[in-house]
Write a protein that binds this ligand. Structure first.
Ligand SMILES: Cc1cc2nc3c(=O)[nH]c(=O)nc-3n(C[C@H](O)[C@H](O)[C@H](O)COP(=O)(O)OP(=O)(O)OC[C@H]3O[C@@H](n4cnc5c(N)ncnc54)[C@H](O)[C@@H]3O)c2cc1C
Length: 334
């Protein structure tokens, strides 16, 4: 085994939390296979994102034991183009495994890569080992983490996404390379006609917000918030904490907020220090996305709602009264 290639995502401060977890996972695989290295691939506008950002990503990659950093300059998010670029880079590095965090983008790009190459993609892994050249043993989450599956994959190259909440990010004691010595290479893929259909020009975090997947505080609203306007106070609270807004699927289904903010089995898995569930009942599919929060506060008019039993602190009350009062007290404290 020679290389494990990881597709990483970043925000304005550098690598996002779930990408650090994916690199930690990849390093475990490389360490278990002597002489293997971890390479990372950044697709997007790092070169134009400023030298500071590029050097932050380089420094963090080195801290996580990465040996080389490959940048594919590309404007916007085009899943097919990203997948094509990632696959070509993996070929050129003779990578035995291609890994990405199980974020919306990571999952989508890896699924496209599997479709392009005909290789199987295994989602939401948190442990992996390899025996021989074609046998992979994987442990992964199913059904939003409520089931754990042991799986065997026969493949020369494994395409894997990493569960975003299962492995703590761990840097290495001794970086393999000083940040400035980290091999930083621009990679120019050969793209086909039709590949470059851009579906987003930037990620929410690149637009200046905090990434939902890596936010330390998530203030989430559900149907109980009552409508689009009700999210103003949720946004203000999230901004106060320097965190992100999350929502339940009822909210995205009603069209009140975009799917990118959905927390849960079919949304983003969050791992914040504080999760505030406001007017959310606590369906199992929602809890699948927030159960790794260190502390959970629920605000609900129904003291018997399932979320109230799961929360560390439960406030029985109307979000329209509790949240503005809370914001006022917090702001008064400065
Ligand atoms: C395959 C599948 C995948 C799914 N994936 C997801 C997912 O990823 N994420 C997700 O969230 N859901 C998901 N769901 C949907 C999930 O089952 C629930 O339907 C959804 O989470 C409910 O959203 P909610 O809690 O906002 O709404 P509701 O269940 O309607 O709950 C609203 C809550 O607000 C409270 N409330 C009402 N008014 C107020 C008020 N003024 N102040 C305070 N509290 C108030 C009510 O007491 C209630 O507890 C999925 C479902 C399926 C079948």
């Amino acid at each position: 085994m020679t290389q494990v290639l990881v597709l990483v995502e970043h925000d304005a401060d550098g690598l996002i939390d779930s990408s650090r977890r994916a690199v930690t996972f990849a390093r475990g695989l490389a360490v278990a296979n002597a002489n293997s290295k971890v390479a990372v691939c950044v697709i997007g506008e790092v070169p134009t994102g400023g030298a500071e950002l590029a050097s932050a990503i380089g420094r963090q990659a080195a801290e996580y034991g990465v040996a080389s950093l490959h940048v594919v300059p590309f404007t916007g998010y085009a899943p097919l183009a990203w997948a094509r670029a990632l696959g070509q880079l993996a070929d050129s590095l003779s990578a035995d495994a291609v890994v990405a965090a199980g974020t919306d983008r990571g999952s989508e790009v890896m699924a496209h890569l599997g479709a392009i190459t005909g290789e199987e993609m295994v989602a939401n892994c948190f442990a992996v080992s390899r025996s021989g050249t074609h046998e992979w043993h994987l442990t992964r989450q199913r059904w939003g983490g409520s089931l754990i599956e042991e799986a065997w994959l026969e493949a020369g190259r494994a395409l894997l996404t990493v569960a975003t909440d299962a492995i703590p990010p761990a840097s290495v004691v001794e970086p393999v390379a000083a940040p400035l010595e980290l091999e930083l290479e621009a990679y120019e893929p050969q793209l086909a006609d039709g590949d470059t259909s851009v579906v987003a020009t930037e990620s929410p975090e690149q637009a200046g917000g905090v990434s939902l997947a890596s936010a330390r505080v998530v203030v989430s609203g559900g149907r109980g918030v009552g409508g689009v306007e009700g999210f103003s106070v949720i946004e203000q609270l999230a901004a106060y904490f320097g965190g992100a807004v999350g929502v339940s699927r009822a909210v995205t289904s009603l069209g009140w907020r975009p799917h990118s903010e959905q927390v849960g089995q079919t949304g983003t898995r969050v791992t914040p220090d504080l999760y505030m569930a406001c007017g959310i009942s606590g369906a199992i599919q929602h809890l699948a996305g927030c159960q790794s929060a260190k502390t959970m506060i629920a605000i609900n008019t129904d003291g018997d709602a399932p979320i109230m039993a799961r929360a560390d602190y439960a406030v029985i009350g109307d979000v329209n009264e509790v949240l503005p009062a809370l914001l006022e007290v917090l702001r008064a404290r400065g």
